[in-house]
Design a protein around this ligand. Sequence first.
Ligand SMILES: [Fe+2]
Length: 398
Amino acid sequence: MSEAKTLPSAAREAMERLNAEAGGLNIWLRTQANAPAQRPWFKDGGLDPGGALAAGRVGANQMKALPHRWRWREIGPYLDRIAEIARTADVSPIEFADRQQFLLTNPGLGGRLQVAATIRCAVSIYLPGDVAPVHIHAPNASRTILSDNGGYTTIEGERCEATRGDLILTPNGTWHDHGNDGSTPVVWADILDFPLLEFLDCNWIDEDFPGEREGNARAQKPSHADGYSAKLYGAGGIVPAFVSHQRGIGHQTSPVFHYRGKAIRAALAALRDEAGDPYEGITLKFVNPATGASVFPTLDYSAQLLRPGEETRWKRETANVFYIVLEGQGATEIGGDSFDWEENDIFVVPNFRWRRHLNRGPKDAVLYAVSDLPLLEKIGQYRAQGRDPGDAVVQLVS
Ligand SMILES: [Fe+2]
């Protein structure tokens, strides 16, 4: 866009005067060129991601997620403070909110409860005896378990006992409830595609569970033993032929609800001597075993291992990626900024940003990642670029 086009002129001022009047009719006489927040893609601008929020009317309500890291040592204590209030309160927070949690907000998104355009993350604490009542909803959701053990989620009758590093899915259209029937507090991170559904205005929730209940009538009675997902789908490349792979009323979602941290960690360890991906290290993708597709139609989940001293190459994508650090110490450089991280830290790499990961610790680092890549693929907009060792841009997905 040339500078001259934005200079005031008599014609432009006349148009703006008309706009003052036309606004009442819900129309706008164009006085500015379109200005998408992201630009350009193919011109190499170095590590500068390019793009900025537009000004004026074309930029109205335009927001851009920023790279951000939430340090566990700073945010974690708020769970203890929530728990302390719960212990002494006249009404426990879980009674008025159904949850005891804090939500992460991206500093670029104006206080909205989201870490990126499509992703919400809450960190929840369940005290002994807490129950989040059974419900069903449109968003796809997951929890990444941070405490060593305790707590459960029951999904479509399958009770999943939570252990650190587990990924437990509550896909869209599945009845689920959570709770802690143990003796110590339980902490996990909930990740959802909630902002996307809000944007599309197709979010819904129901709480009128039609099945058998138990536990003060707020939880569903389990109809499968813990381990049902693994029993059906736990042998790689073999799926049961006598069951429907659709569980609940959701669409394009994984019939596996429980991925165990121990199994994930063992699979990563078994692959650690492979070359891996120069942009990602050793990665494992969680998939719907019946189709090979991502576990949700909107979000892709993966686990990655970075070996001591490993530095991945620079990469950028049109998708957002959100990370939780399960093990290790290192840093992720995003453009010119470096975000160091350690266990339980959480960070987001917004789309279009160049990033690389560095394991700076003495041990393997393990990151869990959530990306809206499947959504971008479905709408024909997924692209990725890398930088080769000579710093030339290569098209990974063009
Ligand atoms: Fe839910």
